[in-house]
Design a protein around this ligand. Structure first.
Ligand SMILES: *[C@@H]1O[C@H](CO)[C@@H](O)[C@H](O)[C@H]1NC(C)=O
Ligand SMILES: *[C@@H]1O[C@H](CO)[C@@H](O)[C@H](O)[C@H]1NC(C)=O
Length: 185
């Protein structure tokens, strides 16, 4: 985010509620910007459990660890070892995240299990889906490792789906430590 955009953003957030937008074109522009900020999740990571994002097919996913460190939507992502801090899903299964509203985003970050002596390579796909149920493949890789950042065109998204296409270089599982999605300037 560059300086001008940051300033516009701050201005729109602070000044807008007190202004009447009936006349000024200047004002209308900032009103639009404010709405846009909202639909873009305030330009923050929208995949947070305390923001209402949830794994809607949680019964099909295993979570290693206790309730404080096993969700890929948590902020505390560094307490991970062989027995805690990641999800498991078998081949042919999705991990589906439902967002509390439609968001406009263009970036997704996923972090797959990377605590082996040799870096594990995962065969997976990532889809985004809008509120009409139209699904779009935005990423696939047969050898994804550690942290990957996916960039795509600005898109209105209601669900994000992570598919285990063919396990990893070690076994049949797909493991996530952390997932993030946001609108990047
Ligand atoms: C992304 O947007 C650009 C510009 O509008 C367009 O040319 C391109 O085809 C789009 N890419 C995808 C994957 O939709
Ligand atoms: C899936 O992975 C296994 C084990 O690595 C491999 O033998 C098999 O050919 C792969 N299947 C496909 C469809 O790529």
């Amino acid at each position: 985010m560059n300086i001008v955009k940051s300033l516009l953003l701050i201005y729109s957030l602070l000044a807008m509620p007190t202004l009447q937008c009936s006349q000024s074109c200047f004002c209308r522009k900032y009103f639009t910007l404010r709405i846009r900020t909202q639909i873009r999740g305030q330009y923050k990571n929208i995949l947070q459990q305390n923001n209402g994002a949830l794994i809607s097919n949680r019964n099909q996913i295993s979570f290693a660890g206790n309730q404080f460190n096993r969700s890929p939507l948590r902020s505390e992502v560094y307490y991970v070892n062989g027995g805690r801090g990641y999800t498991s899903q078998i081949i042919g299964r999705y991990l589906i995240i439902d967002l509390p509203q439609t968001y406009e985003i263009n970036t997704i970050i996923f972090w797959v299990y990377d605590r082996d002596a040799t870096l594990r390579r995962f065969n997976l796909q990532v889809y985004i889906q809008n509120s009409q149920g139209q699904r779009q493949l935005i990423y696939q890789n047969t050898a994804a490792t550690s942290i990957t950042k996916i960039k795509f065109n600005d898109t209105f998204v209601k669900q994000i789906l992570f598919y285990n296409n063919n396990g990893s270089s070690l076994n049949q599982y797909l493991h996530f430590l952390n997932l993030q999605a946001y609108f990047d300037f």
